[in-house]
Design a protein around this ligand. Structure first.
Ligand code: PMV
Length: 336
């Protein structure tokens, strides 16, 4: 099964020509509390396990799509992206799935509201915003579940970024991945805060795509990962339902460390941490010894994300100067 077959299946006889001059959409970034790590199908980004994330409120990607003569042009934060860059290539590959004719080209203007120095991947919100903008541009009127599947074809974690709040990504079992999509959980947690500690903004040595593959193939610890995830998914859901922050923090931190343990034990080893990342982890453990309720999670890079509650904001800021704080459930979004 190819990506294009999934697209054809989802679109059916929906329009393949734009229905308006341009269309825009926003999608939030998301951070997994229980990580997606390892695929059962590389082409379709089908994961081995489910995962659970929290979207970052107003931090994410705004994207506008229109047609362009002669070639695709991708503008990121007001600057054209070089055609040969990895960013442009992956956007063009994704757009190939939706081109009405081989000589129809797109202008994609995209803007990240995540500070580029914050160390939060923009590919999830980027592909989600692009899928949402294309849905409006072509007038498909797809339901969220199908938009989640389309976003997944760009990058796995993007399927969680078509929603706000807590989001569960079902691993599914079907070969075509039609049962592999994300869904929003109904619970909210307005007091929850996420702090972004930027350790480095340099491009990573190994991207998440190849790191997952290598880990799955070579790490002896990988076979324990699905078992860990099934426990952690249940515990995180319980923590969210009962508002148990200690449980949420503990499980999220332990899940991230377990993911990194599988990567470290791959061959050749993959260590995403820099000395500064370890210093931040130790500082959190120290602060926790001193009574501060703060936990961390980390993705496929050296930056550290802190989880804490609104009441501890001043203490966390004092311990981690320069921290970028985000509110996953902003007042406006949770008022209803
Ligand atoms: O969607 P990708 O290919 O960028 O992979 C994301 C993997 C992690 O960020 C490490 C975990 C996750 O669940 O987001």
């Amino acid at each position: 099964m190819k990506q294009i077959d999934v697209v054809n299946h989802i679109l059916g006889n929906r329009p393949r020509a734009p229905q308006k001059p341009e269309a825009s959409a926003f999608a939030p970034s998301n951070i997994a509390l229980c990580k997606y790590w390892g695929k059962r199908n590389d082409e379709l980004n089908l994961p081995i396990t489910p995962s659970l994330s929290i979207s970052l409120g107003t931090l994410g990607t705004h994207t506008t799509v229109s047609l362009n003569p002669a070639k695709d042009v991708i503008i990121l934060n007001d600057r054209p992206v070089p055609e040969r860059s990895r960013f442009a290539k992956s956007a063009v590959t994704y757009l190939n799935l939706f081109r009405p004719t081989p000589d129809t080209f797109f202008l994609v203007r995209t803007r990240n509201s995540v500070p580029t120095a914050a160390g939060v991947a923009s590919s999830a919100s980027g592909f989600a915003a692009l899928a949402l903008a294309l849905n409006d541009f072509f007038g498909w009127n797809l339901e969220r579940k199908d938009l989640s599947i389309l976003a997944r074809l760009g990058s796995g974690s993007a399927c969680r970024s078509v929603y706000e709040g807590f989001v569960e990504w079902h691993a599914g079992a079907d070969a075509d991945g039609m049962d592999c999509y994300a869904e929003q959980m109904e619970e909210t947690w307005p007091d929850l805060r996420l702090g972004l500690v930027s350790v480095s903004t340099a491009p990573k040595d190994v991207g998440s795509r190849s790191a997952m593959k290598r880990t799955r193939r070579t790490s002896a610890l990988y076979e324990s990962w699905p078992i860990k995830v099934s426990h952690d998914m249940a515990l995180i859901k319980e923590a969210i339902r009962s508002g148990n922050f200690e449980l949420l923090g503990k499980v999220a931190e332990s899940n991230a460390l377990a993911m990194h343990a599988t990567a470290i034990s791959a061959w050749p080893p993959i260590l995403f941490w820099l000395p500064e990342s370890v210093a931040v982890m130790r500082k959190i453990w120290e602060q926790r010894e001193g009574g501060l309720e703060a936990y961390f999670t980390m993705d496929a890079g050296p930056n550290v994300k802190l989880l804490f509650l609104a009441k501890d904001t001043a203490r966390v800021e004092a311990a981690f100067p320069g921290l970028e704080i985000t509110t996953p459930f902003p007042e406006s979004a949770t008022a209803a």
